[in-house]
Design a protein around this ligand. Sequence first.
Ligand code: PRP
Length: 180
Amino acid sequence: MLQDIERVLISEEEIKKRTRELGAQISKDYEGKELVVIGILKGASLFTSDLFRSITIPAELDFMRISSYGASTKSTGVHRVLLDLDYTLDGRHVLIVEDIVDTGLTIKFLLEYLGQRGPSSLKVATLLDKPTRRKVDVPIHYRGFEVPDEFVCGCGLDYAEKYRNLRDIVILKPEVYSGK
Ligand code: PRP
């Protein structure tokens, strides 16, 4: 696995530090409110776990899994829900946690989908933001790092289901994903 890495973009230490900062900010912003943290599987599972442990106020944890519909979802923005919440969000303050916001289509879908369940507020936290790839304008309330349009992996982000367990955010060697 290590031989496939071109370079480290964001180190584990930087990620830990930034996650603690975001957790502190979230704890302050949601003080006295009923917070539900929803991680989006699979990519955000690791960041969600770390961010959740950095939150110092009472909070609930849940997960959803979303899939792109067909091979071209990423461009069509059509999604289906593979794992859903089995309760309403009436009166709850909901924080969606993602590993990366790329085109923004997944977050757009989730904001609309969860917005129909009556939450008092609905916000977005993401470890990585790749704004150069954005197709739709979406709000990001808590952002770990902005990243360039490079093939990033690690800390939950995969390439063909590999590399999620790398502790740093890395850029892969082009030959890894171009198949050369
Ligand atoms: C990734 C990521 C986000 C989404 C972002 O998930 O975890 O959910 O893509 O892309 P977008 O902004 O262009 O919609 P992916 O579909 O790769 O699934 P995974 O999390 O299971 O790896």
